[in-house]
Design a binder for this molecule. Structure first.
Ligand SMILES: Nc1ncnc2c1ncn2[C@@H]1O[C@H](COP(=O)(O)OP(=O)(O)OP(=O)(O)O)[C@@H](O)[C@H]1O
Ligand SMILES: [Mg+2]
Length: 230
């Protein structure tokens, strides 16, 4: 594959936390290439480094060492503001606990990435509405998150991740708080986003959810120990 098809490349990425006199190697030498339009499931036991990997890919956390390339560009040592810009404009992040702001309406939650990304646009509401339409939640635009079911909240959180039309969606156990019906709906929704050209990496503990993915990465003790797409 050519470099233009490469979304991410990680080389020898380490993330070490110091807790008192102890060092925790949350990522312990991770090498990974992610290509355009891939659908990757990241699995592994609790504490194996899955969330740390997602936060690293999402520019929410910086590696302690190693090299990182995004869309062919070396992003290992970019500034805080550049990281914030990439996080806000190129990546959509979906959390297990939805992370919607309770005091904002559904629409205002969905429009938040435009604020963070300082995206200038004249048609904010249209962008928000189109993101909500993609997840079938346009009829709830003026509701508060507390007035929605769990599955609906996660659909709104996915709409929010889509507002800036990111290339890559990262999801950390997006179906962890959902029943099987809603889990199926969310996975179908991800399937249609993949058809539209998005690249997706998600963490899951659920074998059924992992089966939707085409590539499976298993983590253990901060390392990738299995990768059926490498
Ligand atoms: N802020 C932190 N300070 C110290 N250690 C941390 C911190 N965050 C994570 N760790 C440690 O790093 C390791 C990897 O954590 P991580 O959250 O990536 O695991 P995980 O695979 O996502 O687990 P889970 O399935 O439970 O969500 C764990 O041992 C954890 O205790
Ligand atoms: Mg985790």
């Amino acid at each position: 594959m050519t470099d233009s098809a490469q979304v991410f490349q990680l080389r020898s990425i380490r993330r070490t936390y110091q807790v008192g006199s102890e060092f925790v190697h949350a990522l312990d030498g991770v090498d990974l290439k992610i290509y355009d339009r891939e659908f990757i499931a990241v699995v592994g036991t609790s504490g194996s480094g899955k969330s740390t990997l997602m936060h690293t890919l999402g520019f929410m956390d910086s590696p302690s060492s190693g090299e990182m390339f995004f869309e062919g560009k070396d992003v290992s040592n970019i500034s805080r503001s550049e990281r914030a810009r990439l996080r806000a404009t190129r990546i959509g992040f979906v959390f297990q606990s939805f992370n919607l702001l309770p005091k904002l309406s559904v629409m205002d939650n969905v429009l938040l990435p435009l604020v963070y990304g300082r995206t200038r646009t004249h048609n904010k509401k249209e962008l928000g509405m189109s993101a909500l339409q993609r997840v079938g939640m346009e009829h709830r635009a003026s509701h508060r998150p507390s007035q929605l079911s769990g599955g609906e909240r996660q659909r709104v959180a996915i709409a929010r991740a889509l507002t800036n039309q990111p290339r890559l969606i990262l999801a950390d156990e997006p179906t962890g708080n959902l029943d099987s019906k809603n889990r199926g709906r969310i996975m179908d929704l991800f399937g249609s986003l993949l058809d539209e050209g998005i690249t997706l990496a998600l963490v899951t503990h659920d074998d059924e959810v992992a089966q939707y993915a085409k590539r499976h990465i298993r983590m253990q003790d901060g390392k990738i120990v299995e990768d059926d797409g490498a």
